[in-house]
Design a protein around this ligand. Structure first.
Ligand SMILES: [Zn+2]
Length: 755
C-alpha cells in the first residue's frame, strides 16, 4: 500500500487563519452584555495622537531592545459625573507621573490622585482628585513602554526577514483585532478595528510561485487576499459595536471572499467552492455539540478570541449566501451598500444589518406580508443549529412541510425552529427564475401546507442538501464514474476519507477498493491522467486528488502512468520527473510503488546525493511508498545503521512514514519490538517521542481487535521506556477502541453494502 496520510487524502489544508470550535469557553446566547469586562461608555474618545518609538535593534541610547516607548494624547467627552477614568492597558509599563488630565476648553488641570491596574480585565484606572461632569471634554496625556513580542503575532510584534544579501532584518507589525491595541498603548479598546487601509499577510498567505506552488496554494492565497480586502469594508469601514457578533466582520468577509475569488480567478470556481468550504463545513460543526449561536454573549478577552470559529466565519457566510438566495444578489448588494454607508466609521450590531436588509427587501418587494428580516435573521443568528425540512404527503392534494433541528448524533431532535425559505418546482412549472421562495416555514414550528396536484411531480428546495441515510448516500455514488465535477468529488473525498482510513487495514478493504477503483478511474480518465493545459485551477486540484486516490488504491491507471514517468526519469536522471507540482508528490510516491526495487534503489541514491533537507524529506516520503515487504524491511533496517546511508536525523521520520504505509503497518510494531534498544539508541536522545508519533499514525488506521492487541502487547513489553508517552498511548488506544466500535456498527453496514 502506498503511504497516503490523512493530510493528503481529504480536503486540502484548511486555508484560513482562525480559531477552532474546540477553543470555545461555554458561550451562551446573547441576552444582555455582561458589563463587568466593559468600559460602559462612560468616556467617548474622539481623537488620539499616538507616538511610538519601535526599538528592534540593539541601540542602548534610546531604550532596551524589543521595547516601544510612547506617548498618547486622548481627547474625548466624559458621559457621567464621576471621579475616575477607566481605560485599557495590557502588559504596558505606564509612568504614573506622566499622566495629566485637563479640561480641553480651558486647559484647567484635574489632579490625578491615584492610579491602579486590574490585570484580569486589562483595566487601567485613573482616580481624580475632584469630580468631572457629564459633557466635559477632556484631554488625557500618558507616557508608557510596550513590549514587542515575536511569538504570538498580537499587539505590536516583530518578524525577521532576509535581505537579498542574506542579512537578517526585523520589521515591526501590529495586529489590533480583537482586543490587542491595548498592548501597544493605553486606550479605550472597544469597538476596535482592524488596521484601516492596511493589510498584513504572513508569507504563506500572499506568495504564490506559478509552476513551483500547487493550485491549492493559489486557492489559499486568493481566498485570504480577498477575505482581507473585504475587511476593508466589514471590519474597518464598519467596525463591531461589540465582539458578541464577530460574524458581522468575519461571516460577511468570508461571504465576500468567494465572490472575489470568482471575479479574479474564475477557474478556481469561488462561488461553488463556497458550498464545500463554507456551507458543508459549517453544517458539520453546527450539527455537533461543539457549536454556538452566531450572536453569543461574550465578555472576557478569552471568550472574545473564542468567537473566531468556523461558526462565525463559515456559518456567517452560509447564512448570507442563503439571504442572497431568497432576496436575490441585487437586493442583498443594495442592502450591504446601505449598511456600509450608514454605519461607516461606527460600530455596528446585527440589528443595523437587519435594518438595511429589511429596507432593501421592502423596496424590492422580496418578502410576503407579515414577514420581516429581523425575525428571519434572528432565527438563524440567535440559536445554534440548522433545520431538516421534512416533506410528507398529507393527502391527494396537499404536501405538508415541517422542520426539526439536525444533529449528527442521531435522529433529529425537537428543538429549535427557523424561518426557512422554500422553493418549489412542479411538473407544470419545472424551472425557477430565481430562488425567491414561494413558501416560508415559520419559526413557531408550525408546519406549512402546499396545495398541489399530486398526480404530477413536485420538488422542494431543488438545490438544498438532502437529509438521507448512509445507504442512500452510498447508492447515490453509484453513478460517480460519470461525475467530473470539482465540488461533487471534493464532497465525496471529504466523507470517503474517513471510511477509507478505517477500512485500509481491515478485511473489508478489498470490497471498498473494488467499489471505488472503477469510479475513480473513470473520472480520472475523463479529467485526464496525463498533464494538459486544461489542468488549471479547480480542474488541476481535482485531477491531483483523483490521481491521489487512484494511486492509493493501486490503480493500474495510476501505476502505468507513474512507471512511464519513472522510465523518463531513469533515462534522464538529472531532471526530475515531468509532473506538475499539484501531482508531483503523489506521482513520485507511485513511481516507487509501481516500479519495484529498481525505483527504490534509484530514489535512495537520489536521497543520498540530496543536500537540501526539504528535498531529502520528500525523497524519503517517496521511498516509504514502496509496497514490497523486502524494501520496507530494508528501509527500516537502514535506520539502525549510521553507515547505511539514512542520516540519523531522518530515522524517526522514516518510522513514522512507514507506519502510514498499509504494508508498513503490518510489520512496524514487530520491527520496533525486535530492535527496541537499537531504535531507542538511534532516535531516543529526546525520549521515546517518535514512538508516540508512530502510534499516533497507526491509530488513524487500526480498526480491528487484533491490531489493538498488537498495540497493547507492544506497549506492555516496553512499558518502562514508554512511560513518558503514557498520555499519547492512552489516547491512541482509546481511538482504536472507538474505531473498532465504528467498524462493528456503521462500518459493518457499509462493508455489507460494498459487498
Ligand atoms: Zn477575517
Amino acid at each position: 500500500m502506498i503511504t497516503f496520510t490523512l493530510a493528503q487524502l481529504p480536503f486540502q489544508v484548511e486555508p484560513r487563519v482562525r480559531g477552532f470550535p474546540g477553543k470555545r469557553h461555554g458561550l451562551k446566547p446573547s441576552a444582555s452584555i455582561e458589563p463587568m469586562y466593559r468600559l460602559n461608555n462612560t468616556f467617548i474618545p474622539s481623537h488620539y495622537d499616538v507616538e511610538v518609538r519601535v526599538i528592534l535593534d540593539n541601540d542602548g541610547s534610546v531604550g532596551p531592545q524589543f521595547t516601544a516607548p510612547g506617548k498618547v494624547k486622548i481627547i474625548g467627552v466624559n458621559q457621567e459625573r464621576t471621579s475616575r477614568i477607566v481605560l485599557h492597558a495590557n502588559a504596558l509599563t505606564i509612568s504614573s507621573d506622566s499622566i495629566t488630565v485637563a479640561l480641553k476648553a480651558t486647559g484647567q488641570r484635574i489632579v490625578v490622585s491615584r492610579v491602579s491596574e486590574e490585570d484580569e480585565r486589562d483595566f487601567y484606572i485613573i482616580e481624580l482628585g475632584s469630580e468631572i461632569n457629564a459633557g466635559d471634554e477632556l484631554e488625557i496625556h500618558m507616557e508608557h513602554v510596550a513590549q514587542i513580542m515575536s511569538s504570538d503575532g498580537n499587539g505590536l510584534f516583530y518578524r525577521e526577514y532576509l535581505t537579498e544579501t542574506g542579512e537578517v532584518r526585523r520589521i515591526g507589525v501590529t495586529q489590533f483585532a480583537a482586543v490587542e491595541a491595548r498592548r501597544m498603548f493605553p486606550c479605550f479598546d472597544e469597538e476596535t478595528n482592524q488596521s484601516g487601509g492596511m493589510v498584513v499577510y504572513g508569507p504563506t498567505y500572499i506568495l504564490f510561485f506559478p509552476g513551483e506552488d500547487p493550485e491549492v496554494q493559489r486557492t489559499l492565497v486568493t481566498l485570504v487576499v480577498c477575505h482581507e480586502l473585504a475587511h476593508q469594508y466589514f471590519g474597518n469601514l464598519v467596525t463591531l459595536k461589540w465582539w458578541n457578533e464577530v460574524y458581522l466582520n468575519e461571516g460577511l468577509a468570508t461571504y465576500t471572499q468567494y465572490l472575489g475569488m470568482e471575479a479574479v480567478s474564475p477557474d478556481l470556481m469561488g462561488v461553488e467552492y463556497a458550498i464545500i468550504d463554507a456551507v458543508q463545513l459549517s453544517m458539520v460543526v453546527d450539527a455537533s455539540e461543539n457549536t454556538h449561536p452566531l450572536s453569543s454573549n461574550v465578555t472576557t478577552p478569552q471568550e472574545i478570541s473564542a468567537m473566531f470559529t468556523d461558526i462565525s466565519y463559515e456559518k456567517g457566510a452560509s447564512v448570507m449566501r442563503m439571504v442572497e438566495g431568497f432576496l436575490t444578489y441585487e437586493t442583498l448588494r443594495k442592502a450591504l451598500q446601505s449598511y456600509l454607508k450608514r454605519m461607516a466609521f461606527q460600530g455596528a450590531k446585527q440589528e443595523d444589518l437587519f435594518d438595511a436588509l429589511q429596507e432593501a427587501a421592502v423596496s424590492d418587494d422580496r418578502l410576503p406580508p407579515g414577514l420581516n428580516m429581523h425575525d428571519i435573521m434572528s432565527s438563524w443568528t440567535m440559536q445554534t443549529g440548522f433545520p431538516v425540512v421534512n416533506v410528507q404527503i398529507a393527502n391527494e392534494t396537499v404536501v405538508r412541510l415541517s422542520q426539526d433541528r439536525f444533529k449528527n448524533n442521531g435522529a433529529p431532535e425537537l428543538e429549535g425552529s427557523w424561518f426557512v425559505p422554500i422553493t418549489i418546482v412542479t411538473q407544470d412549472k419545472p424551472n425557477l427564475e430565481n430562488n425567491i421562495p414561494q413558501v416560508w416555514l415559520h419559526a413557531d414550528g408550525a408546519s406549512a401546507m402546499v396545495q398541489h396536484d399530486l398526480s404530477k411531480w413536485i420538488m422542494i428546495n431543488q438545490n438544498a442538501t438532502e437529509y438521507v441515510t448512509f445507504e442512500a448516500v452510498l447508492n447515490l455514488t453509484r453513478y460517480f464514474s460519470q461525475e467530473t465535477h470539482f465540488t461533487v468529488w471534493k464532497t465525496f473525498f471529504y466523507h470517503f476519507t474517513y471510511i477509507y482510513t478505517f477500512f485500509s487495514s481491515h478485511p473489508g478493504y478489498n470490497d471498498l477498493r473494488s467499489y471505488l477503483q472503477p469510479r475513480i478511474e473513470a473520472a480520472l480518465a475523463a479529467v485526464g491522467v496525463e498533464e494538459s493545459d486544461s489542468h488549471t485551477g479547480a480542474n488541476a486540484i481535482l485531477r491531483a486528488e483523483l490521481l491521489d486516490w487512484a494511486c492509493s488504491l493501486w490503480s493500474p491507471l495510476c501505476f502505468e502512468y507513474a512507471a512511464e514517468l519513472f522510465d523518463q526519469w531513469q533515462a534522464n536522471p538529472d531532471n526530475s520527473p515531468v509532473a506538475s507540482v499539484d501531482a508531483r508528490a503523489t506521482l513520485e510516491c507511485a513511481m516507487v510503488a509501481s516500479s519495484g526495487k529498481k525505483a527504490f534503489d534509484f530514489v535512495f541514491a537520489k536521497y543520498q546525493e540530496a543536500g537540501d533537507a526539504l528535498l531529502r524529506e520528500q525523497l524519503l516520503s517517496s521511498l516509504s511508498c514502496t509496497i514490497e515487504l523486502l524494501s520496507i524491511h530494508e528501509l527500516l533496517n537502514k535506520t539502525l545503521n549510521s553507515t547505511s546511508g539514512i542520516k540519523p536525523d531522518d530515522a524517526a521520520s522514516v518510522l513514522v512514514k512507514v507506519s502510514s504505509n498499509a504494508v508498513g503497518r503490518t510489520v512496524i510494531l514487530d520491527f520496533l519490538s525486535d530492535h527496541f534498544e537499537d531504535v531507542i539508541n538511534v532516535i531516543g536522545s529526546g525520549g521515546p517521542q517518535p514512538i508516540a508519533q508512530v502510534l499516533g499514525t497507526l491509530r488513524n488506521y487500526f480498526s480491528t481487535q487484533d491490531q489493538l492487541d498488537q498495540v497493547e502487547a507492544f506497549v506492555a513489553a516496553h512499558q518502562e521506556v514508554l512511560n513518558p508517552i503514557n498520555a499519547e498511548i492512552d489516547s491512541a488506544i482509546k481511538t482504536i477502541q472507538g474505531n473498532i466500535i465504528w467498524m462493528d456498527t456503521t462500518g459493518f453496514d457499509i462493508w455489507m453494502w460494498f459487498q
